[in-house]
Design a protein around this ligand. Structure first.
Ligand SMILES: CC(C)(COP(=O)(O)OP(=O)(O)OC[C@H]1O[C@@H](n2cnc3c(N)ncnc32)[C@H](O)[C@@H]1OP(=O)(O)O)[C@@H](O)C(=O)NCCC(=O)NCCS
Length: 185
């Protein structure tokens, strides 16, 4: 451990993106895309999503690394530093729930696929997790397509399993095992 006990944060680098801890400078962009009704439609955060919510999330994530217990959000940025979205793992034991959100301007370029593949490789290859899973509203077609592209299997759908902004909502469950990731065919 470096002097003073500070842990050097893990940064995942892909051909087009950096996945790195969120910083205070990210708050305006984070708040803007999380406040977008289209981006928030199937997400659990409170609306309206304000800059104060963004600052609170960034403060909560300070010092956390992907793989630490509970939800850890990492920023997805272009190499110059501009935030385009965030990825998350909620690690519990040898398993973790995966999530990703991109700003609308970053949709349709393969960024979520690229970032997701890097998180999966980190989770299985570096952290040695056994299983990744995701839980989505089945009406969220782009994320369903993304999960399948990343190798996740649709394992079933719980019918009207939770209340989301006043409406009973289905919960589609996806899973991916380390051995399936290591030997995809
Ligand atoms: C989920 C979400 C991140 C997916 O974004 P996305 O843009 O569909 O996914 P990608 O970034 O992987 O881009 C894939 C698309 O880019 C296209 N694309 C363009 N250039 C590409 C490239 N160089 N490489 C790969 N794909 C490329 C692909 O063809 C694909 O388009 P298609 O879906 O029409 O076939 C986005 O819809 C989102 O942020 N939604 C709101 C938040 C949310 O609900 N998150 C889910 C919580 S788990």
């Amino acid at each position: 451990m470096p002097e003073g006990g500070a842990v050097t944060p893990v940064v995942l680098v892909t051909p087009r993106l950096h996945l790195r801890p969120l910083s205070a400078a990210d708050a305006p962009v984070l708040a803007a895309y999380r406040a977008d009704p289209a981006v928030a439609a199937f997400q659990g955060w409170t609306l309206p999503y304000t800059p104060q919510h963004a600052h609170a999330l960034i403060a909560e994530m300070a010092g956390k690394q992907l793989g630490d217990a509970g939800w850890v959000q990492y920023g997805v940025s272009l190499p110059g530093g501009a935030l385009v979205g965030d990825v998350a793992l909620r690690t519990h034991g040898a398993q973790a729930e995966f999530g990703v959100t991109l700003a609308p301007s970053a949709h349709g370029r393969g960024y979520a696929t690229e970032a997701g593949a890097a998180v999966i490789a980190h989770a299985f290859g570096t952290l040695g997790l056994h299983r990744l899973h995701a839980s989505i509203d089945p009406r969220n077609v782009p994320v369903a397509r993304l999960l399948v592209r990343l190798g996740f299997r649709h394992e079933g759908t719980l019918v009207e399993a939770y209340e989301h902004r006043g409406a009973w909502t289905d919960d589609a469950l996806y899973g991916l095992l380390r051995r399936e990731w290591a030997s995809p065919d």
